[in-house]
Design a protein around this ligand. Structure first.
Ligand code: IMP
Length: 210
């Protein structure tokens, strides 16, 4: 019987990226989203670290559903802002604010920071919680810098101003495939795949065909 796992995120754009990377790993799993199981509000992200918040989400959704649950917590850290917005990236301009307001505030806050001092990184913690109570978490960073001008329309959140190290374009100018190949989230999902295979005893579709 195909194993079912839950991708526990309410962010549709994140869900697409996570599904794409898992799909590319060719695991023999049925991947559910929160819309397939949703019961009750999303858990409060009360931890001070990406790891802590990813674990809160994965643990709670696994407990509620009885499924293995994968949850990511991610954000952008800006050196000139002492690592902020960090774990508060989604709520940077206030609890009710959207990506647009968050992006505008960050651009305003870095507007006086000279070029060459706008180093930043996207960070993604990916947690896996299993119904037996066991937990795993990996963290991956994607370094770069933030620009004052937005460019590109792919991705979401802070993508229009994030220029990955070694690139001239923003992550919103990368195709979804290019972004997943190098992003914090792509790296973190690929790092958790061997853990999924090991802990859930999964096979890959390639090994079944071959
Ligand atoms: P979370 O849903 O609490 O993990 O918050 C993640 C927030 O970090 C998002 O709402 C975005 O503002 C930001 N973020 C995380 N990953 C990305 C990305 O890949 N591109 C752009 N913004 C991101």
């Amino acid at each position: 019987m195909t194993t079912r796992i839950l991708l526990a995120t309410g962010n549709v754009k994140k869900l697409v990226e996570l599904r794409d990377v898992l799909h590319a790993a060719r695991l023999d799993v049925e991947v559910l989203g929160l819309d397939d199981v949703r019961d009750g509000p999303e858990p409060v992200e009360s931890a001070r670290t990406f790891e802590g918040n990813a674990l809160i989400k994965a643990r709670e959704w696994s407990r509620r559903t009885g499924l293995p649950a994968l949850a990511d917590d991610s954000g952008i850290t800006v050196g000139a802002l002492n690592g902020s917005p960090g774990v508060r990236s989604a709520r940077w301009a206030g609890p009710e604010c959207d990506d647009e307001a968050n992006l505008n505030l960050l651009i305003h806050q870095i507007s006086d920071v000279p070029e060459g001092h706008r180093d930043a990184a996207f960070v993604c913690a990916m947690a896996l919680a299993l119904p037996d109570g066991s937990e795993h978490v990996v963290v991956r960073e994607w370094p770069g810098h933030v620009a004052l001008e937005r460019r590109g329309s792919n991705g979401f959140g802070y993508d229009p101003i994030f220029v990955p190290a070694g690139h001239q374009v923003t992550s919103a100018e990368l195709s979804p495939e290019e972004k997943n190949a190098i992003s914090h989230r792509g790296q973190a999902v690929r790092a958790i795949v061997p853990v999924l295979v090991e802990t859930l005893g999964l096979s890959t579709l390639d090994s079944e065909e071959g």
